[in-house]
Design a protein around this ligand. Structure first.
Ligand code: ADP
Ligand code: MG
Length: 684
């Protein structure tokens, strides 16, 4: 990199480059082309294919400004093979004059653009053009096209980048022999090639980013990500945390009181967590397990270990409904063992809240609730473990708050994060590389898998009959309202309408309603009535998506299933199939279905394994959905592709470990090159 990393450009341009995230000369070096244009050849008008970018060399026949359908500059041009119309909807008077002069003086014009064969013959709209002397030499290599923004032309950007390249050392930071062994070309050569490809470079490999130069860049990007996350991981190990290593009596008593034995997967994961909690540095572990895999008992056992060791535990859930379910379940499990459990959510009355906070600050051993748990006014007496259920539901701000809460203490608490949205392996290996991951890859025995049905909404009457049948045989059902993502108001109205219509259609049955706008105590009362069997059919929005557990509900209808995300459908479907009897999930879709909607419903119909669904979802939609707020404000990987570059992720992981261990200074320089000042953001 250049000794002086400042961009050489006029201040106004510099400011605009800053908007593109380009504030240092080294940022320019890594600002790589989106694609390339081939200006090395000249095509003829007659042979140019519609819709493909081509370069032409023409003379001007006619220049006119027309006013219909709107003001535009229309230019007739020709080469030896035919004629073509150029249209410019935005143009300057000087442009008109320049083209008229070209016509009069028979100058040649080089055009770059796409030909369209329309009603009025061959046309090019807004081609790029410049005047050239006849026989002017052609560039020998492909022309890079960069991502840019208003006010920064390709030409200006190219100039800045070439200057930055020329002045940069671009030194190799990695072991050259190691690179060669793994088919990685050197860094300097790679960026130079990508910015100004030599004439003989295979065009396809460049455009499709399979060229070895691209491979090296993708590797470097992944390496920066790994270094940043692993460094955060190792940094945490230098912090102290309470050592929670009691005899294990409390956990054993809880296990003895359960009506079931742990699955092998649960035992393994409980063991992993238990080892972490006994360490003198804070655990940061992600527990992944498909819906129904039994994460709650694992969390409860971890809580037992912390409580027995004299620490407090905070157990946080993203919604009141879920928090309350946890509260009831954990009270039932732990209060008989003498554990003091407190309940804290935003909806409590002031007095009740004050009392809970008071207990958190003194005697409570386990505090359960929503993110009210981490508000400023809550001061824990001796917080040792924080459990976060459905962690991906919390925003970055809340997660940072939680971390800060811990870091205020000299010894931050251990953290256990749980998620039922399976993170595909490649994502876990990349974006989550700062966490330890445990996986519950086994469902408790005796579950009958949920059968999934796809039904067109034309057959609604059959669905209604099915619900009657289920209720007649003593079962309960969920009816999930169509999702209206654009408007919360419409979503509420839809829920109310659906409830009204179903109450009509299902006369004689007890139909309840739960949606996001209900007050917390109303929500809780409805859920309790449903759990107690006092409601037959529960009409619900996606508020029931996470964690709700009513084993007697064995039928779920999801209306307008085509509007939901795959992981959302999988989560919803996981609300049934929790009892002994066979459960059914009916996905009602509206005709006609688009091709992608059809493909997505097929995936959910054919798969019951959340990991496989997530993998296919990643394939369909890219990582944004999964990574979500974790990276908000920070661009996802710019060059590497989690699907096609798995081998590079693995390689980058190995190299990151090696650099951090053997050559921390090189690790530092690699991070500076790639992340600069953005690194802090990546850790949220
Ligand atoms: P999730 O992983 O989706 O949070 P839960 O913890 O809610 O799953 O567990 C789902 C259901 O399975 C609960 O009713 C729970 O009590 C039960 N369960 C958990 N572990 C086992 C097990 N080993 N054997 C039988 N039932 C279990
Ligand atoms: Mg759960």
């Amino acid at each position: 990199m250049p000794a002086n990393n400042e961009i050489k450009a006029p201040p106004a341009l510099k400011a605009r480059l800053g908007k593109l995230g380009l504030s240092r000369s080294s940022d320019l070096v890594l600002h790589l082309p989106l694609r390339y244009e081939d200006e090395t050849r000249i095509a003829s008008i007659a042979s140019a294919l519609s819709g493909c970018p081509v370069q032409l060399e023409v003379v001007v026949l006619e220049v006119s400004v027309q006013f219909r359908p709107r003001r535009q500059l229309v230019v007739r041009v020709a080469d030896g093979s035919g004629e073509l119309t150029l249209r410019f909807l935005n143009f300057y008077g000087s442009q008109t004059k320049q083209l008229e002069r070209a016509r009069d003086e028979k100058h040649h014009l080089r055009l770059f653009g796409e030909i369209r064969h329309g009603f009025l013959g061959a046309e090019m709209v807004h081609p790029r053009y410049r005047l050239v002397a006849e026989g002017d030499v052609l560039p020998e290599s492909l022309t890079p096209v960069y991502p840019t923004t208003a006010g920064v032309s390709q030409t200006a950007l190219r100039k800045c980048i070439l200057l930055a390249l020329a002045e940069s050392k671009l030194d190799e930071l990695l072991d050259e022999a190691w690179c060669a062994r793994h088919g990685l070309v050197l860094f300097g050569g790679a960026v130079r090639l990508l910015h100004s490809p030599p004439p003989d470079v295979p065009e396809m490999a460049l455009q499709e980013r399979t060229h070895p130069a691209w491979r090296r860049i993708k590797f470097d990007e992944l390496l920066a990500q790994q270094l940043s996350l692993r460094r955060a991981y190792l940094g945490r190990r230098k912090k102290g945390a309470p050592v929670l290593a009691p005899s294990g009596r409390l956990a054993r008593r809880l296990l003895a009181s359960l009506p079931f034995d742990l699955t092998a997967a649960q035992q393994r994961v409980v063991g992993e967590i238990s080892v972490d909690l006994a360490q003198a540095f804070p655990m940061q572990r992600l527990l992944q397990g498909d819906v129904g895999s039994g994460k709650t008992i694992v969390a409860a056992l971890a809580a037992c270990q912390a409580i027995e060791a004299g620490s407090q535990v905070a157990f946080m859930a993203p919604t009141e409904i879920l928090a309350e379910q946890h509260y009831l379940k954990l009270c039932a499990w732990l209060e008989p063992l003498g554990v003091e459990v407190a309940w804290l959510t935003g909806s409590l009355t002031k007095a009740a809240k004050r009392e809970s906070q008071q207990r958190a600050a003194t005697t409570a051993q386990l505090v359960i609730g929503t993110h009210a748990l981490i508000q400023e006014s809550v001061d824990y007496a001796r917080l040792g473990l924080v459990i976060v259920d459905e962690q991906h539901r919390f925003g970055v701000a809340q997660r940072l708050e939680l971390r800060r809460k811990g870091e205020k203490n000299a010894r931050p608490p251990h953290q256990l994060m749980m998620s039922a949205t399976p993170i595909p392996r490649t994502l876990a290996m990349s974006y989550y590389a700062d966490l330890d991951v445990s996986v519950l890859d086994e469902l408790p025995p005796g579950r009958t898998p949920v059968r999934t049905r796809l039904v067109s909404d034309a057959r609604r009457e059959e669905v209604i009959q099915r619900i009657r049948g289920a209720v007649a045989s003593g079962r309960q059902a969920y009816w999930v309202c169509p999702l209206i993502e654009e408007s919360e108001k419409l979503q509420l109205q839809t829920a109310l309408d659906t409830h009204a219509v179903l109450s009509q259609e299902l006369q004689g049955l007890r139909v309840g309603l739960v949606h996001g706008r209900l007050k917390a105590d109303e929500k809780a009362a409805t859920m309790a009535a449903f759990a107690a069997g006092d409601i037959d059919v529960l009409v619900a929005t996606t508020v029931i998506e996470v964690g709700v557990d009513v084993p007697n509900a064995s039928l779920m209808v999801i209306e307008h299933a085509e509007r939901f995300g795959l992981s959302q459908l999988h989560q919803l479907r996981g609300r049934v199939g929790r009892g002994k009897d066979e459960s059914v999930c009916i996905l009602v879709y509206q005709q006609p279905l688009s091709q992608t909607a059809r493909e997505r419903l097929k995936i959910i119909y054919e798969n019951t394994d959340g990991f496989e669904i997530a993998r296919q979802d990643l394939h369909l939609r890219g990582p944004g959905e999964f990574v979500g707020s974790r990276q908000s404000g920070v661009p996802l990987l710019r060059y590497a592709d989690l699907e096609t570059d798995v081998d590079l992720i693995e390689l980058a992981r190995d190299m990151a470990e090696r650099l951090l261990r053997d050559a921390p200074d090189l690790a530092e320089r690699h991070l500076a090159r790639w992340l600069g000042s953005r690194e802090e953001l990546l850790k949220a």
